[in-house]
Design a protein around this ligand. Structure first.
Ligand SMILES: [Zn+2]
Length: 199
């Protein structure tokens, strides 16, 4: 009988391992091809299996993913740089679309950031909430705001701070109103001393 600490078994295992390694080295190319093809054909099955494993053991997987990201930070940065060089047009277009689609969200972040900078009150809310509250009527000229017009159209929607942030106004629901972009700009141009930009 062979037991686990049997030197004969050990020898046998080492031989098998060496044989497997040799076999792999000799047949590397087509073995890789086969495995690639298998992965390609069973993509769905493999992904499902991974997902199931992840669900079953999420914490461990998350940790592994995190470690991987930390360990390969430089590599990823290099890869991103190269990707950008090779696909700069695609990346720029993607960023442009992203900014266009998330413009209001970004504005809302900017307002909150500005509020922190000037040390004034701020609430977290989405511009659209104020536009709806004001029934899409400009608080400066009293005319309707066409919700379909997009920036930089002069009559596109704009969040106006009744007392400007730069004058100590808060970024709160109380101090904001729906406005036309052009009305907002005009209002700022009329102000005697304007600091910062129209908001
Ligand atoms: Zn207006």
């Amino acid at each position: 009988m062979i037991t686990l600490d049997d030197p004969k078994l050990n020898e046998k295992l080492i031989r098998i391992k060496a044989y497997n390694q040799q076999y792999y080295q000799k047949n590397k190319e087509w073995l890789n091809d086969v495995s690639k093809q298998y992965n390609r054909l069973n993509k769905k099955k493999i992904n499902e299996k991974r997902r199931a494993e992840y669900a079953a053991d999420g914490e461990k997987q998350r940790l592994r993913a995190k470690n991987y990201l930390v360990k390969n930070r430089e590599k990823r940065r290099e890869y991103a740089k190269q990707y950008y060089v090779l696909n700069s047009e695609k990346v720029l277009e993607h960023n442009k679309q992203y900014h266009k689609n998330h413009r209001e969200l970004r504005r809302s972040y900017e307002h909150n950031r500005k509020a922190v900078k000037f040390g004034i009150d701020s609430e977290r809310f989405h511009d659209i909430e104020i536009f709806k509250r004001d029934n899409w009527v400009c608080g400066i000229c009293g005319e309707r705001v066409d919700r379909n017009l997009v920036h930089p159209h002069p009559y596109s929607k704009n969040l106006d701070h009744i007392i400007p942030i730069s004058k100590g106004g808060s970024h709160t629901r109380m101090n904001t109103q729906c406005s036309h972009r052009v009305c907002n700009i005009k209002k700022y141009n009329k102000m005697p001393i304007t600091q910062g930009v129209a908001s």
